[in-house]
Write a protein that binds this ligand. Sequence first.
Ligand code: NDP
Ligand code: MG
Length: 344
Amino acid sequence: MQKRIVLLGSTGSIGTQTLEVVLNLRESHSVEIIGMSAHSNVELLRKQADEFGLPQERICLSSKEPDKLLELAALPNCIVVNAIVGSAGLESTLAALKAGNTVALANKESLVAGGERVMQIARDNNAKLIPVDSEHSAIWQCIGENRHKDIAKIILTASGGPFFGYSKEQLKTVTKEQTLNHPNWSMGAKISVDSATLMNKGLELIEAMYLFGLPEDKIDVVIHPQSIIHSAVEFVDGSVIAQMSVPDMRLPIQYALTYPERLPSPLTQNEHKKLSLTELGSLTFAKPDYKVFSCLALAREAARHGGDAPRRLNQANEEAVELFLKSKINFCEIAEYITESIKS
Ligand code: NDP
Ligand code: MG
């Protein structure tokens, strides 16, 4: 059966990669784009709509038409890929779930800002939430058919970002360019900054807590600079199941769209793009430094606290990242800004 996809945030990093995946799957006739949105990039949105044959009523520029965005999210019987950046994506996630749609969620801020509510609305409407974030896709694949009560803990891996191994002193002089230059992934600006501060891992910790119904202390963060193991799950018998692949977001995007099927992907078309363990030789792991990367500590605290704390943390982080991207504060001031905001 062909799946109908509504893609919100089509012009971003995840959005454009989703379109690549859909183009690649077109031959198998398994997926079709029926709606898309961007916020302000009207030229690219129009070009994409032409390419995918969408009429005007099925595309939305959310800066001008916020109601239409929610209407697209609620179109009947579809998978809504939420690739919007920031908590601006929360209302779309809720609208899609209320309509009983499956949400393929890249927008982790939906869960950080609206965690319990999002999960409750999904349950009430019998709607599925499929993770697109690579770590959460990995965890979801590792859990598979295992029983929830058999999970001992989640091992959430982190690349460590561009400043892995830096001291507090060294972080004082890093530039915006260095911050936006992630070693393993090419991503939108906001998540690139979050990856450098490790707030991204903090947001993912909270995302995992809600998605998989586990307390904060059952989610370990492990630095793994090669980004080959996307995360792992330890079970009560001591067995650990991990999911591996080369780092490429098109994989978790595709699996969210084709689930429960697995189909050939952009990776399988090119033999040397596939994972070769012998070429890699080794994989390494380290503990994160919560003192140097204090955003991760702030997120853990918010996760432990629960209630409104994750939403407030996320709000403060969005403000701080925006100030950093506008060159109003420096890298170290991001954590300071968040600490001050959540105090008041
Ligand atoms: P980008 O900044 O590249 O793209 C963001 C998209 O959202 C664009 O289409 C943009 O439209 C749209 N948008 C921006 N602001 C708003 C708004 N206020 N309301 C509605 N739409 C808006 O981000 P990414 O693709 O990198 O990230 C998207 C989400 O996916 C984030 O939550 C991120 O954390 C998550 N994610 C991203 C990964 C990645 O590899 N990039 C990996 C895992 C998760 P316009 O272009 O018109 O501004
Ligand atoms: Mg991730």
